[in-house]
Design a protein around this ligand. Structure first.
Ligand code: R5P
Length: 328
C-alpha cells in the first residue's frame, strides 16, 4: 500500500493554467484545493509558495501546458521543484493538455524533439509520475522514465454525440488526416455509424492542403470530424470544406483539446459547422466561446483516475475497451 495512516492524504494543487478544471476535479473528489501562492516577480520570474504542510502527502499538481505555453510550463517546473523540497510522499503531474506534443520526432534535419525535452524537464523537476489526457501521440509516454497514466476523452465526447440523437444510419465519423484515423476509429466504435478519412498534406507549419475523401460516402449524412486538437483551426476548416463539397448534410466537430490560437477565429467562424465539442483540458476565455462551441468537462474522468492512482488501483479498468492508438 502507498503511505500509511492519515499521512497519505490526497492533495490537489493547481497552477494558473487551468484552475477551473482543477477546482472541478477537487469537488468531484471531495478533497478541497491545496493552498499555494503563485505570482510574478516584477521582472517576470514566477514565484511559488506552498501554503500548507505536504510532508508525506500524495500530491497531484494540475497544470495544462497551454497558451502561454512557456510560462505555464515554467510555472509547472517551479511548482514541482517547490514540492520536491517539501517532502511529500509522491508527486503526480496532472497534465490535461501536454504542450509541445506535436514536436515528437525529427521529421527534418536539425530540429529538436521538444516533446522529449519537456518530459525530461518534468521528470528532473520532481514529478514521480504523470497523468495525461489524449497525448498527440501515445508514444510520448515512452519519453518518460517514470510511470505515465494516459486518459482518453473519447467516451465523454461520444456520450455528448449520443445526446444529439443522430440516426446511426446517417452518421459518418470523419478523420481529418491519416494521423487521427485510429482515434477516429475508436470514436466510431463508441458512437456507431461509418468511417471516412481526408487525405491531408501539410505544406508549412500553418498551411495544409486537403482534397481526396477515402472511405464511406458522406452525401446526405451527418458527419462528425474527430481530432485530438484544434489549434489554428486550419485542419478542421479544410475538413469541413471537403465534407460540404462531398454533400454532408450536417457537420459536427469533436476534439479533446481546444487550443484555439492564431487564425482560429477566422477559420472556425467562416466554416459551416453545426457544432464544435471540445473538452475543458484547455480553458476557453469568454471571447472564445463561439455560439456553436460546446465544452464537455473531463473533470470526472480525472477525478476517477486520481482516486485510482491514490488507491493503487488500475487505470486501464476505467476504459472497458482497448485504448485508441494502442491497438495492435
Ligand atoms: C495534427 O496532426 C493534429 O492532429 C491536428 O490535426 C492539428 O495539429 C491541428 O492543427 P490546426 O488546427 O492548426 O490545423
Amino acid at each position: 500500500m502507498f503511505g500509511n495512516g492519515n499521512n497519505n492524504k490526497l492533495k490537489i494543487f493547481s497552477g494558473r493554467a487551468n484552475r477551473s478544471l482543477a477546482e472541478k476535479i477537487a469537488v468531484d473528489l471531495g478533497s478541497g484545493m491545496g493552498r499555494i501562492s503563485i505570482g510574478d516577480f516584477p521582472d517576470g520570474e514566477t514565484s511559488v509558495r506552498i501554503d500548507e504542510d505536504v510532508r508525506g502527502r500524495d500530491v497531484f499538481i494540475v497544470q495544462s501546458i497551454c497558451t502561454p505555453v512557456n510560462q505555464n510550463l515554467m510555472e509547472l517546473l517551479i511548482m514541482l521543484d517547490a514540492f520536491k523540497r517539501a517532502s511529500p510522499a509522491r508527486i503526480t503531474a496532472v497534465l490535461p493538455y501536454y504542450g509541445y506534443a506535436r514536436q515528437d520526432r525529427k521529421d527534418k534535419g536539425r530540429v529538436p524533439i521538444s516533446a522529449k525535452l519537456v518530459a525530461n524537464l518534468i521528470t528532473k523537476a520532481g514529478a514521480d509520475r504523470v497523468l495525461a489526457l489524449d497525448l498527440h501521440a501515445a508514444q510520448i509516454q515512452g519519453f518518460f522514465d517514470i510511470p505515465v497514466d494516459h486518459l482518453y476523452a473519447v467516451k465523454e465526447l461520444a456520450k455528448h454525440v449520443r445526446s444529439l440523437d443522430i440516426v446511426p444510419d446517417e452518421l459518418v465519423v470523419l478523420s481529418p488526416d491519416e494521423g487521427s484515423i485510429k482515434k477516429a476509429l475508436d470514436f466510431q466504435k463508441n458512437v456507431g455509424g461509418k468511417i471516412a478519412m481526408i487525405d491531408k498534406r501539410r505544406t508549412s507549419a500553418t498551411e495544409v492542403k486537403q482534397g481526396h475523401l477515402l472511405g464511406a460516402p458522406i452525401e446526405g449524412k451527418s458527419v462528425i470530424i474527430y481530432d485530438d486538437l484544434i489549434s489554428t483551426g486550419g485542419t478542421i476548416a479544410g475538413a469541413v470544406r471537403v465534407a460540404r463539397e462531398f454533400g454532408a448534410k450536417k457537420v459536427y466537430v469533436g476534439a479533446t483539446h481546444g487550443v484555439l490560437c492564431g487564425k482560429w477565429m477566422e477559420n472556425l467562424a467562416k466554416a459551416n459547422i453545426d457544432q464544435i465539442a471540445v473538452t475543458d483540458s484547455v480553458p476557453l476565455s469568454p471571447e472564445k466561446m463561439l455560439p456553436n462551441i460546446k465544452v464537455i468537462s473531463v473533470a470526472g474522468l480525472f477525478a476517477k483516475a486520481i482516486q485510482r492512482i491514490h488507491g493503487n488501483e488500475s487505470i486501464s479498468a476505467l476504459f472497458s475497451d482497448e485504448s485508441p492508438g494502442e491497438k495492435k
